[in-house]
Design a protein around this ligand. Structure first.
Ligand code: ZN
Length: 253
């Protein structure tokens, strides 16, 4: 079965509501390819390796969390950007991107999907006074030792997190925000949570964890943001009867 590209984008916009958030990149169709989509490839980032894999897989469209045209990015088409766009345009493959809308969606989003993998019961938004909260906080069904929680994250994501120890022995309440949201540890501190999880880590995050007592787990930007696109791809395959294939490409960060 095939679906028209326009109908595909309309469906995704309806699910993910990009008009409701202010983002750092354009959401939706970033690069237009052929009018009919039979096979869609999903991946975390529209890197050259993902594009090449999508060409081999004979994809009509690629759906990612990290696309192009970020705010403040050099607008010229040269070098890496030239090769990427040439690959897409030369093969008539569409690039479809949802960034923040894919982090925050209540069923398909990266944050909710991560909670599922870690056995976290969602209580609500992490940020107290944001009009567009991105992170979440919640609870484990029973308290676990910090080292055990690190193991649990490692098993769920296939990658051992970097753990900056806080003060409590047991973890029950947890805040999380996928990607490069290490600065959001401040919201976890504000809520008095036992631990915070994000993807990346910065030098100041270490002191924030040590001095507040909140355990910090840097679980990987790529590793924490793999599940949203897969959930969307699976739903597309179910509801629009097109072929979906997620392509995992290792990224250690
Ligand atoms: Zn990200």
């Amino acid at each position: 079965m095939a679906v028209g590209l326009t109908q595909l984008i309309e469906t995704l916009d309806q699910w993910l509501q990009p008009g409701k958030v202010s983002d750092y990149c354009p959401n939706g169709l970033q690069v237009e390819g052929r009018a009919e989509v039979r096979r869609i490839v999903t991946g975390v980032t529209a890197s050259q390796a993902l594009l090449d894999a999508a060409v081999l897989a004979e994809a009509d469209a690629i759906l990612v969390h990290h696309g192009y045209f970020w705010r403040g990015e050099d607008a010229c088409v040269r070098g890496i950007k030239k090769r990427r766009l040439q690959t897409l345009l030369g093969h008539d493959i569409s690039l479809i991107v949802y960034h923040l809308p894919l982090d925050i969606h209540p069923q398909l989003g990266n944050n909710v999907q991560l909670a599922k993998r870690l056995g976290l019961q969602v209580e609500g938004p992490l940020e107290r006074d944001s009009r567009n909260p991105v992170g979440l906080w919640g609870r484990l069904s029973q308290p676990v030792a910090a080292a055990e929680f690190a193991e649990l994250i490692g098993r769920a994501l296939g990658r051992q997190p970097q753990h900056i120890a806080g003060t409590g022995d047991l973890i029950r309440t947890v805040g999380w925000c996928t990607g490069a949201a290490q600065g959001y540890i401040d919201h976890a501190i504000d809520r008095g949570l036992d631990a915070f999880i994000s993807g990346e880590i910065s030098e100041p995050t270490v002191y924030a964890a040590r001095e507040s007592g909140v355990h910090y787990f840097a679980a990987g930007h790529h590793a924490t943001e793999r599940f949203g696109v897969q959930a969307v791809g699976e739903r597309l395959a179910d509801e629009l009867d097109i072929e979906h294939c997620y392509i995992e490409l290792d990224n250690p960060v």
